[in-house]
Design a protein around this ligand. Structure first.
Ligand code: ATP
Ligand code: MG
Length: 379
């Protein structure tokens, strides 16, 4: 009976790169995949080439493990067969007999072999039809049998496990993700990881206004499970003294000025951590403080790139992702900050906020608070 001896790993976007970049990213991806396979105790041997990574293993868990690695578009547990039509047909018959579908379709591809895709479809389809009595149905078959015929060897498979997509973690620069203990911010950090960026996580400890350190640490641990063995720095900086001063003088603008203080601190942490940008969990209009006017007033004059990967997403989409990532249960009960005013300013004026920042001495305060930074390595 035919069985899986390889997993075909597809990685989409990387194939569009020039050869130097492609090779370097393929190497990173192969290394990240290797980390998870070794961690799970999977025995395997891998090869790169022809726009694929081939992971030779009979371990049934391999394709699911591989599909969760950033950069993987899909993975197929497959069987290797010699590149001739008789052997391919025999393998297809074997697969069809195991599944006994009412209808089937052959999905052929070829490169470097003398026969055409049509010939594969015809010969293999006919063999399956005769051996099993199953009907050919190209539009809505119960079973699809994929054939990839190549010069050296051919592959045959029935499943395409969708991958998480994105780019290999480590192919892009490191980000400093601001993490608050709520649902959104770990999702934002994860989306940047998905696009190849390792992350450090910065939490502003706002006790007694909010207490979310344990949720943040647990989210960091979950994100660590996605980071291909790279440890994640979980950084905390106390910010309550700043909040107290801001709320006493500019109650309606507390959130905006607090955010400016966060960015001023983040700019310094970013340098220390060799990060290239800051990430937030903002979603346009989600709460009163997350308006276009406020974002402008919060970021005006800041010398740092701020990324908001959730900006166009609806809450339901964010929650779905949080569930998939594994951070939803940790963060769903987190209480919001009690320093948030009853009527927060939704249309802050940039000039007014810059003036308030001067009067309150937020820059100097940021310098003092950052000295109290603590770093914990997670993962
Ligand atoms: P989340 O669900 O991520 O907690 P939120 O909906 O509660 O966000 P805000 O409190 O306005 O919204 O925060 C918006 C973003 O600002 C957060 O996603 C996070 O990136 C950052 N942020 C807010 N509070 C903190 C904090 N205490 N420490 C670090 N970052 C924070
Ligand atoms: Mg939010």
């Amino acid at each position: 009976m035919i069985s899986q001896d390889v997993v075909l790993v597809r990685y989409g976007e990387i194939t569009l790169k020039d050869s130097w970049t492609r090779q370097s990213w393929e190497r990173i991806l192969a290394g990240n995949i290797a980390f998870y396979l070794q961690k799970a105790g999977v025995e395997y041997r891998s090869e790169r080439g022809e726009g694929r990574i081939f992971v030779f293993t009979s371990d049934q868990r391999a394709s699911e493990i591989i599909s969760r690695v950033f950069g993987v578009v899909s993975a197929s547990p497959a069987s290797t067969v010699p590149s001739n039509l008789e052997e391919i047909a025999r393998a297809a018959v074997d697969l069809a007999k195991q599944a006994a579908p009412k209808s089937f379709a052959i999905r052929p591809r070829r490169s470097g072999v003398s026969f055409s895709s049509e010939e594969i479809g015809r010969a293999v389809g006919e063999a399956v039809r005769v051996a099993t009595g199953s009907k050919v149905n190209l539009s809505r078959p119960e079973m699809e049998i994929f054939v990839e015929a190549r010069r050296e060897r051919s592959f045959i498979f029935t499943r395409i496990v969708p991958g998480v997509g994105g780019l290999p973690l480590g192919s892009q620069g490191k980000m400093l993700a601001l993490i608050s203990g709520g649902i959104d911010s770990p999702v934002a950090a994860w989306l940047m990881m998905k696009r190849g960026c390792p992350v450090s996580l910065l939490h502003f400890d706002s006790r007694p206004y909010a207490d979310a350190i344990s949720q943040c640490r647990r989210s960091a641990e979950v994100l660590g499970q996605w980071s291909s063995g790279r440890k994640i720095d979980f950084i905390t900086v106390p910010i309550s003294r700043g909040i107290e001063k801001i709320a006493a003088h500019y109650p309606r603008a507390t959130c905006i000025l607090c955010r400016r203080l966060m960015y001023l601190i983040a700019a310094q942490v970013m340098e220390k951590q060799q990060c290239l940008g800051v990430v937030t969990g903002y979603s346009m209009g989600q709460v009163a403080s997350q308006t276009a006017e406020n974002i402008l007033a919060e970021q005006a004059g800041m010398c740092l790139p701020v990324f908001h990967p959730l900006i166009s997403m609806d809450k339901t989409e964010i929650v779905d992702l949080a569930r998939k990532i594994g951070t939803y249960e940790i963060t769903e009960e987190t209480k919001s900050c009690t320093a948030v005013p009853a009527k927060p300013m939704t249309r802050a004026s940039r000039e007014e906020m810059l003036r308030a920042e001067e009067i309150l001495g937020l820059r100097e305060m940021a310098g003092r608070l950052v000295e109290e930074m603590k770093v914990e390595r997670i993962g």
